[in-house]
Design a protein around this ligand. Structure first.
Ligand code: F0G
Length: 460
């Protein structure tokens, strides 16, 4: 019997009861939240697919490890454990702990960028993009064209276009480029993997022009798993060896441990270069904390050291990806326009095809997330016009977001397949009665990052 890829390789010892709400209660909750799902108290959500970040369930070994937390200011034993594990997994000798991914990005961009410098990547995650801009840099997303086509089938839609990358460096001049930063898997287009061949190609270009090349490793284990499944020559290698090879091509990585660290908080920056490490240490002390805790408690360092090893367990990865694909495939089979192929941590729904009768200036992604919550208590995340577009208050001119999607991100080791079926049924029901859905009107919004706090109102 093939147990390996079917059942979860763990059983449940502690449960967290979920509150059941009625549709009329949810209608009330939505109204009070001004139809913005970010404003809904988490307790009123039945299946929370807002993010896979910091939402993992920890194992008995991680919880037990937390009891061994050494809360000394300097040199706590959990730090040495974490350092050893990160060195072993990445091969990078220099490790700096941070409280999550973005401080690691902040420090990395300070090391490599000056005003006017470009940062080149497949697709920069929002916070990385913001840290580049914050240093006066200019981020450029150079993902392959298939990566932006919601219907194109390609095994590695997270790949950077090597030709675009080299042309950019030649045209702009090597001295105007600060660094290359590749996100594995690529979050912005739905957790799409990057191939080993592509990483090797980036290394060759980085060497040719003498440029530093880093990974955003938030979902490194899921990326390594896809390489094993899809890239010829890797089928018989362990995911751990594949991950190590991925890291070997880069000069270091930033890490949000809230994803493939299987913890609720944490991150790190790891480097090959000693001089850069010395500089980074000074910034770490200034921004996060002493070099052996960097904004984390000793117990959290321990949970991370253990989580980083557990995430490379192949039966775990198989069941994790299988669950994400269970949701994606149920939706695709029902004709729901989900981004193809299904990625590593989420299913993305294309609202331009799901709700073509709602124009982008009426926020179809938010219209959908509100209706999904009302229907089944499920929380997804709208990533479209409200998040990335804008309307000029003076001229009334509208700048459109290229993508209008809803992300259903699956937390790790948290929900059962029955929760997934509950969500799938609700999305399919909504798809069948999509003509009834109406757009939204913006009632209030701050000038920037408006999707987090905006107030909306359904149109009559
Ligand atoms: N890089 C990637 C690829 C991410 O997905 C995130 C966070 C970060 C960096 C920043 O890390 O949150 O620990 O500071 N992504 C979350 C998400 C927020 O929902 O996708 P952080």
């Amino acid at each position: 019997m093939e147990l390996f890829s079917q059942a979860e390789p763990y059983r449940i010892k502690v449960v967290e009861p979920l509150k059941l709400t009625t549709k009329s209660q949810r209608a009330d909750i939505l109204r009070k939240a001004h139809y913005n799902i970010f404003n809904i108290p988490a307790e009123d959500v039945f299946v929370d697919l807002l993010t896979d970040s910091g939402t993992s369930a920890m194992s008995q070994y991680q919880w037990a490890g937390m009891m061994t937390g050494d809360e000394s200011y300097a040199g706590c034993r959990n730090w040495f454990h974490l350092e050893e594990v990160v060195r072993e997994i990445t091969g990078y000798p220099y490790v700096l702990p941070t409280h999550q991914g973005r401080p690691a990005e902040n420090i990395l961009m300070m090391l490599h960028l000056q005003p006017g410098f470009s940062a080149l990547g497949n697709m920069f995650f929002d916070t990385t993009h913001a840290h580049v801009v914050h240093k006066g840099g200019i981020p450029h997303d150079l993902v392959i064209d298939e990566g932006l086509d919601t219907t194109a089938e390609h095994p590695f839609k997270g790949n950077i276009d090597l030709e675009k990358l080299e042309t950019f460096i030649r045209k702009e001049g090597r001295e105007k480029v600060g660094l290359i930063h590749i996100t594995v898997t690529c979050n912005n287009n739905g957790g799409q993997p990057v191939s080993m061949e592509n990483l090797r190609g980036v290394r060759a270009i980085a060497d040719k022009y003498g440029l530093p090349f880093y990974l955003d490793a938030a979902r490194f284990a899921e990326n390594a798993y896809f390489i094993k499944q899809r890239e010829p020559g890797y089928e018989n290698k362990s995911v751990k060896d594949i991950a190590r090879e991925m890291f070997s091509y880069a000069d270091g990585c930033t890490m949000s441990s809230k994803k493939d660290g299987l913890v609720n908080i944490g991150g790190f920056l790891a480097l090959k270069d000693e001089q850069k490490y010395r500089q980074a240490q000074q910034l770490l002390i200034l921004l996060e904390g002493f070099v052996t805790y960097g904004g984390m408690a000793g117990r959290d360092l321990e949970a991370l050291a253990i989580g980083l090893q557990e995430v490379l367990d192949e039966p775990y990865l198989a069941s994790r990806i299988r669950q994400v694909h269970l949701l994606g495939n149920m939706l695709l089979e029902a004709g729901v326009p989900a981004l193809r192929p299904i990625g590593g941590h989420c299913v993305m729904l294309d609202m331009k095809r799901f709700l073509p009768h709602i124009p982008q200036e009426q926020y179809p992604a938010e219209a959908f997330t509100a209706e999904l919550y009302l229907d089944s208590g499920t929380r997804g995340c709208g990533l479209g016009q409200l998040a990335f577009g804008c309307e000029d208050p003076q001229s009334g001119e509208i700048h459109y977001s290229p993508l209008e999607v809803v992300r259903l991100a699956i937390p790790r080791r948290v929900y059962t397949d029955n929760h997934i079926r509950h969500v799938a049924k609700s999305v399919i029901d909504l798809y069948e009665r999509r003509q009834e859905l109406k757009g939204m009107r913006l009632v209030w919004a701050p000038p920037g990052l408006r999707h987090f706090t905006a107030h909306l109102q359904p149109l009559d």
